[in-house]
Design a protein. Structure first.
Length: 120
């Protein structure tokens, strides 16, 4: 089973629906709504296959840079928006998704495709 940590303070219902769908692909999605919570959860996660960061979360880019240094080969997916583009951590990103508000059910399939391509 692959493990994905997502740091995103946007839409809990969307993340829950995504987690349920990813389970059928043997991908475990662990959500954190802040960098502080991500640090706490990280202590309890074994192998981490993918980190997803929403660039609107405060201090998430510095968290991503630390994780990239600690876990060689870690893939990082950045979720960007019109106003937030992950400028300082762009070089650490393996891929990026454009965030749409409000998130729709159609967005789940786009996220699943991006996640699957990075955890393979």
């Amino acid at each position: 089973m692959s493990t994905v940590l997502v740091v995103d303070n946007a839409d809990v219902a969307f993340l829950f629906a995504l987690a349920v769908r990813l389970m059928s692909f043997e991908i475990s999605l662990i959500p954190a709504d802040s960098v502080e919570q991500a640090h706490l959860l990280r202590e309890h996660i074994g192998l981490l296959d993918l980190l997803i960061i929403n660039c609107s979360v405060p201090r998430v880019c510095s968290f991503a840079m630390v994780m990239a240094r600690r876990i060689p080969g870690l893939k990082i997916l950045g979720v960007t928006s019109q106003s937030r583009h992950c400028g300082s951590c762009r070089k650490f990103l393996s891929a990026a998704l454009r965030d749409h508000r409000p998130r729709q059910d159609d967005d789940i399939q786009q996220w699943i495709g991006a996640i699957q391509s990075l955890v393979r």
